[in-house]
Design a protein around this ligand. Structure first.
Ligand code: 9MR
Length: 348
């Protein structure tokens, strides 16, 4: 071999290694991503997104590579979707549903009936008749427009207070507790195929007031023939609190016994600043425990993250002193926890 040949072989090897390193950085795993393994194992691994995520080429690429379900973080809430009785803001939702379909992802709806993020015409409702009209129109218009194209929908969100009483929302005040049944019946009538979900937070541990009240309501809906397919556990967790596996599994199994699915709908694990390697290890353990349970319990059907990058997160503004809750850092690079979760899915 000539000196020149040896030099070009060395150059080629260096180039190859550099491209591989680039791929590893890009996907966190030598060309394979969580999505590759989730698709292969039939796991729904989703992400809450903002419109800019689909418009920006770098972010859009990241979404396609790593996730197989998208849900709107905000744009399907009434404040944005229907800011006045007659104006429907379909653009952002069309974009999400089209983007999901074009990239063989599922689309999820969040949320029709909530106490928060409502426009003034909803907050000003003051009769049962007007509230029923606003509610049923919103559900019917939306599900008719996207019939057969949205996999699951959080029909009602956060209907309980922490003590297990029904929240005194605009819907409750105007319609009474019956609003929940009517919302689900309306959704089923508009789209027979979409999975209808009741979603909440702090409802994951059987034995707590809110989780037990949530379960009792859902059980009574099933017994009364109200069309509900599953429940959502939001799971906004803290790294410093290990998961109570026994209580979480009990929750999941009692819904299984009712014939219902469970979706992990808004998973994130926040760390109290300053972030240290020890706290990141605690965070990794919480994420891994949740994913392990999701893959292990047969009626858990989706694992959805509420944000992917610390550069764009709802956490710091809501929980002062907490941050770093997601799988990608501020530079959009996957963290170690990403690799851990991917390896778990791969090994399943
Ligand atoms: O992530 C959402 C954030 O951008 C909004 O400002 C906030 C308004 O309440 O809602 C956040 O999403 C919430 C979700 O819709 C329901 N569960 C709790 C989520 C975090 O607050």
């Amino acid at each position: 071999m000539t000196h020149k040949n040896a030099r070009s072989i060395t150059k080629a090897v260096i180039l190859c290694a550099a491209s591989l390193a680039f791929l590893v950085t890009l996907t966190g795993c030598g060309g394979k991503s969580i999505r590759d393994h989730a698709d292969a194992k039939g796991l729904v691994f989703g992400m809450a997104v903002r419109p800019g995520d689909m418009l920006d080429p770098q972010r859009a690429k990241l979404l396609k590579e790593h996730f197989n379900l998208l849900v709107a973080e905000n744009t399907m809430k009434m404040q944005y979707l229907r800011p006045t009785p007659t104006f429907w803001n379909w653009g952002d939702v069309d974009m999400l549903v089209n983007f999901a379909e074009a990239n063989k992802m599922k689309a999820k709806g969040h949320t029709f009936i909530w106490h928060a993020q409502n426009p003034p015409f909803i907050m000003g409702l003051n009769s049962r008749e007007a509230a029923l009209k606003a509610m049923t129109e919103t559900i019917t218009e939306t599900l008719t427009r996207y019939k057969g194209r949205i996999a699951e929908y959080d029909v009602c969100n956060e209907v309980f207070e922490e003590d297990g009483t029904l929240r005194n929302s605009v819907w409750m005040r105007n319609i009474g507790a019956e609003y929940i049944d009517i919302a689900f019946q309306t959704a089923r009538a508009a789209d027979p195929s979409v999975k209808l979900i009741l979603n909440d937070y702090n409802n994951e541990y059987a034995g707590t007031a809110k989780a037990d009240a949530f379960y009792a309501l859902v059980k009574s809906m099933v017994e009364r023939g109200i069309p509900i397919d599953g429940v959502g556990l939001q799971l906004h967790m803290m790294a410093k609190h290990p998961i109570n596996e026994t209580a979480l599994r009990e929750t999941i199994r009692r819904f299984r016994d009712l014939g219902l699915t469970v979706s992990f709908t808004e998973v994130d694990v926040r760390i109290q600043s300053p972030v240290t390697p020890d706290k990141e290890a605690e965070q990794e353990s919480v994420y891994a425990t949740l994913l392990g349970i999701a893959m292990d319990e047969p009626n858990v059907k989706s694992f959805i993250l509420w944000g992917y990058t610390d550069a764009q997160s709802w956490i710091p503004a809501t929980f002062g002193g907490y941050d770093s809750a997601h799988l990608f850092d501020r530079e959009m690079k996957p963290k170690k926890v990403y690799r851990t979760l991917m390896d778990m899915i791969k090994a399943k």
